[in-house]
Ligand binder design. Structure first.
Ligand code: FAD
Length: 371
């Protein structure tokens, strides 16, 4: 007889298939977590439009583009949710960028993000209007907010997705993200509960362009004062001062890896970056070696970037690095190993020694760009 410690068992079901005596049976594994939602009542794809100082953040426009594709596959519409104060121009922009409807709650208490009121209001809107999908940026605000919303609604949440699609048969959201340290890409589904919720990192998808001919509906909502209350008090907002070009927004990034062989050689890389007006990135190997600060790390546990040009110098191209930069428009890889995996994603590959190639490129770019 199989003896199961019910205090430790999390009903994952892994023991069922490995038990050679077939002594374990897991009945209705999906029923154990509670009541299923009435799925048919949920329609539409929503994007939480994060704003800071009254300006919608670019990640919302990236998500609107993806939401339009998902909505087209489902035959439904796209809505944005905007919470804050004095948002008139931003509402219009959301429509021009792809929203068919914008749900707006304008209150002084919502001017800046606060966990409790934002959660209460988003939960209230979801309960009233029942979207089938909710997307949000995997930003500091998004991560804090959307996990609370998921817990309050008792629904699933897939964080940090790098791909979203619709299953053509079941019409459910396919949420793809790196798993097991980035060694596999896992596609996660939330078939039984609504909304299906996912966060996506900034720069994974391209922003939609503004189309001033688009028309949309604005739905203004009001909430009672208790829902706007917060137990925490916002004292001040202190901007992070970036000493270099902001990696996430840079058009050109020159990145160095373990092949740079030491912190002093990053100075050579900075020389190339300066000539190109580029930001300097680094692989985790270079950061872990203490050659560059963590704020420069590109990849799964660093920044996700999508510049026009990404130049990878002495970086092998492990999956954890690739997930952070593979949506760059042009990838130039410089590596002495012709079989390095980075060449599989590179637009242009240079096989050779970075210590010869970087100075040569710097010299040539200097000459050409002077003209
Ligand atoms: P290596 O893999 O050692 O590659 C060095 C490359 O330099 C080699 O291809 C070599 O041929 C080349 N080279 C050496 N000398 C020269 C030369 N003189 N000229 C030209 N080429 C040369 N990594 C990240 O980058 N970002 C992340 O966010 C990240 N997150 C991770 C999260 C988890 C959970 C795990 C497990 C790993 C993560 N990693 C991440 C680490 C990742 O798996 C790799 O170890 C790392 O990316 C390797 O860095 P690298 O390419 O610089 O070093």
């Amino acid at each position: 007889m199989a003896i199961i410690d019910l205090n430790k068992c999390n009903l994952c079901g892994a023991c069922v298939s490995v038990c050679k005596f077939k002594a374990i049976l897991l009945e209705n594994p999906q029923e154990v977590t509670g009541d299923k939602t009435d799925l048919k009542g949920y329609k539409g794809v929503w994007v939480f439009a994060e704003q800071k100082k009254g300006k919608v953040q670019p990640v919302a426009y990236e998500l609107l583009g993806q939401a339009r594709e998902l909505a087209a596959s489902l035959g439904t519409d796209v809505s944005a949710v905007l919470l804050g104060e004095h948002l008139e121009e931003e509402i219009q922009e959301l429509i021009w960028r792809g929203a068919d409807k914008v749900y707006v709650v304008e209150k002084r208490e919502l001017a800046n993000f606060q966990d409790e009121p934002y959660t209460n209001i988003l939960v209230g809107l979801i309960k009233k209007y029942k979207p089938e999908i909710l997307l949000c940026g995997a930003t500091s605000i998004g991560r804090s907010l959307i996990s609370r919303v998921a817990v309050k609604l008792r629904v699933g949440l897939t964080a940090d997705c790098t791909g979203l699609d619709i299953d053509p048969q079941r019409k459910i959201l396919l949420q793809t993200r790196p798993a097991f340290g980035g060694n596999i890409m896992a596609t996660i589904i939330s078939p039984n509960y609504r909304p299906q919720m996912a966060t996506v990192r900034h720069k994974v998808f391209a922003e939609t362009v503004s189309d001033m001919k688009r028309k949309g509906k604005i739905i203004r909502e009001n909430f009672d004062a208790p829902l706007l209350a917060s137990r925490s008090k916002l004292l001040d907002i202190i901007e992070e001062i970036e000493s270099t070009v902001n990696l996430a927004e840079a058009d050109i990034i020159v990145s160095g890896g373990r092949g740079m062989n030491g912190p002093e050689n990053f100075k050579t890389l900075e020389g190339l970056a300066k000539v190109l007006g580029a930001a300097v990135g680094a692989s985790r190997a270079a950061v872990d070696s203490g050659w560059m600060p963590y704020s420069h790390q590109v990849g799964q546990t660093g920044r996700t970037v999508s510049p026009k040009i990404y130049i990878a110098c002495g970086i092998s191209g492990q999956i954890q690095h690739l997930v952070g930069m593979q949506s760059s428009k042009i990838i130039v890889a410089i590596n002495k190993d012709p079989d390095a995996p980075i060449f599989k994603v590179a637009t242009y590959g240079i096989v050779g020694d970075i210590f010869e190639i970087i100075p040569a490129l710097t010299k040539k770019f200097k000459e050409v760009l002077k003209k």
